[in-house]
Design a protein around this ligand. Sequence first.
Ligand code: PGA
Length: 253
Amino acid sequence: MKRRKFVAGNWKMNKDIAETTELLNAVLGMPTVATGEAEICVCPPFPSLLRAEHVLAGSRILLGAQDMSEHDGGAFTGEVSARMLTAAGCTHVILGHSERRQYHGETDGLINRKVVRALAAGLVPIVCVGESLTEREKDETTARITAQVEGVLNNLAGSQVAGLIIAYEPVWAIGTGKTATPGQANDVHALVRGLLSARFDEKTANSTRIIYGGSVNEKNAAELFARPDIDGGLIGGASLKAGSFSSICQAAG
Ligand code: PGA
């Protein structure tokens, strides 16, 4: 089955409203972004979303947020709901990024509740999993990824899972300049696909997109995306430069 490639830029805590306008206009000005088969998404910080929606109107670039609350609304100071994100023009939301897990204590259980909430609101979750360096060195990658995938997808139906995106992001590769080799990444993607097949069915496993994140840049993107189980990328640092981001999008086809 041919899965459409998906590339998302995770801007993290970078770019205020004026800088968002500037970067998106630069991205839209890149000839390679206007055409192509792949789905492209950018995930700016919350205050920039509305402006981003405005600048991106009529373009093929989709809009996502970097996190959201597990709750629908109410007395949750500092939180943003799924409905607020769709109202701001978002179609996607990153959930369970390793920086959320590391600095905000997010667990697989919490991430699972957010995934359920996002799906109910019609958002496509980009759900992150990934092992730490210690876990890889201790040969615990399979166990860690298996636990995370099972935890974040708890109680979901195969039809729901087929509509979300799983991002494999080895923690040791994020922002370090150390990319997993295409072989290392594809091995974990194949593991995840096998888990989906065992837990749901072959059709779900073949429909769910699994993207790679961790120091993807314009030089290594094509080789990563050429692997059979790598369906695109979640791009941090390189998504902040219009030229690099557009080259990565082009590598996705
Ligand atoms: P990076 O970040 O591309 O800067 O390594 C990826 C991510 O954290 O999503």
